[in-house]
Design a protein around this ligand. Structure first.
Ligand SMILES: [Zn+2]
Length: 285
């Protein structure tokens, strides 16, 4: 079920595919002593540890970018797991709930036969034991390290993991072509913009970014487009944006209204009522 793709001599991406257009992607950096796996996917079946063992025989540390079910669902298959303390504890149990994950798959066009099979194979154990990772933490893998960079936006505790030497980063849902910064748990959009600028300052230009939903690296313009797009929204150049509803009924949650702002190759999905801390009602436009 899990597919493996080598993207550098020491880096891999693994994917669980839901349908031809939608997959869950994890990254791996391999050092001399250890390997770091970034995210654990939905845990539709139990093949991820095998896929990881096929590319490295070193002990594996799992770094979860944020606690949505398609990133943390398979996490309990690993022993050495880290999460940001900014992620909400109550979200972890919901994200790991196997019944809700099966409904998520069905709602996203997973073949009904496959949903049936997933009922038997899905990772069911909740993640209960994990360590805390904070901004600036470095994971020494032996001749290679991963740096944790906090990037609040999609969630408060979202982390991006950068290999500074290889110039490769695994970004989860914090940096994508269509970031979702519209949930109640998300900070105002101005905080996301600050976090993107800070990431660019730390990582520098030309980092290859792998996000949680594509096995190929993001186009080079993604980060500059996101920064420019956020600036446009915050300066009121968003009159042509349209509103959409994000259905979350399969998670027993209320549907979330999102505004769509396009710039270059990205679409920022944001909450017009939460642009900045000083201006929560969004009357900046
Ligand atoms: Zn997410």
């Amino acid at each position: 079920m899990v597919e493996t793709r080598q993207v550098s001599p020491n880096h891999y991406v693994f994917s669980e595919r839901v349908n031809p257009r939608f997959c869950f992607v994890m990254g791996l950096a391999a050092g001399r002593e250890r390997a770091a796996l970034v995210d654990a996917g939905m845990g539709i079946d139990r093949s991820l540890p095998r896929a990881v063992a096929a590319v490295t025989d070193r002990p594996v540390t799992l770094l979860v970018t944020h606690c949505d079910s398609d990133h943390i669902g398979g996490a309990s298959q690993f022993r050495d797991v880290y999460l940001s303390p900014e992620e909400r504890e109550e979200d972890i149990a919901v994200a790991c709930n196997p019944g809700l994950r099966l409904r998520f798959l069905a709602a996203h066009g997973f073949d009904p036969e496959m949903v049936k099979r997933a009922e038997a194979s899905i990772v069911r154990e909740p993640l209960t034991v994990y360590g805390q990772v904070r901004d600036g933490d470095r994971f020494d893998l032996g001749g290679r390290e991963l740096l944790a960079i906090s990037l609040p936006g999609h969630s408060m505790g979202s982390m991006v993991y950068l290999d500074p030497e290889a110039r490769i980063a695994f970004a989860g849902d914090a940096i994508t072509k269509s970031p979702l910064v519209a949930f109640g748990r998300c900070p105002p959009l101005s905080v996301y913009l600050e976090a993107l600028l800070r990431f660019r300052d730390i990582a520098g230009d030309g980092v290859r970014l792998y996000c949680g939903h594509s096995v190929t690296a993001l186009p080079e313009d993604t980060l500059p487009d996101l920064i420019q797009g956020c600036r446009e929204i915050l300066s009121g150049k968003c009159g042509g944006d349209r509103e959409e509803v994000l259905p979350l009924g399969f998670f027993d949650l209320k549907d979330v209204p999102v505004w769509l702002h396009r710039h270059g190759g990205v679409t920022i999905r944001y909450n017009r009522e939460r642009l900045s801390p000083s201006c929560p009602a969004g009357n900046q436009r």
